[in-house]
Ligand binder design. Sequence first.
Ligand SMILES: [Zn+2]
Length: 111
Amino acid sequence: MRGSEALPGLSDDALQGVTMYRFYVTKVERCHACNGEGWIVHPAWQAAWEQIEPKRLASMKPDELWRWFRGQGYDEIPPEETPCSDCGGIGEVCTEVPLEEALRLLNSTKT
Ligand SMILES: [Zn+2]
């Protein structure tokens, strides 16, 4: 079968042109690093919660807390939450995938 018969409306020349292109689609998925929240617990706070006894942490005064963080190498008390660097704080990650792969993915999720 000639190309123009397989895809009516396209001449052989045009069909040859089409095969020169590769098509990509944008895959949007939930960010795994932050679970789609867009933010993560600041690593320094994570460390604080792991290293300081909860009751003590809760009763620490700001200057005491500041000294602890300064001991960790921070000039000031960091915010407890920080935007996720994997997704830039939007909670979703976009990647380009070839159209063929996208179609395969869609077909494999259709059950
Ligand atoms: Zn994220």
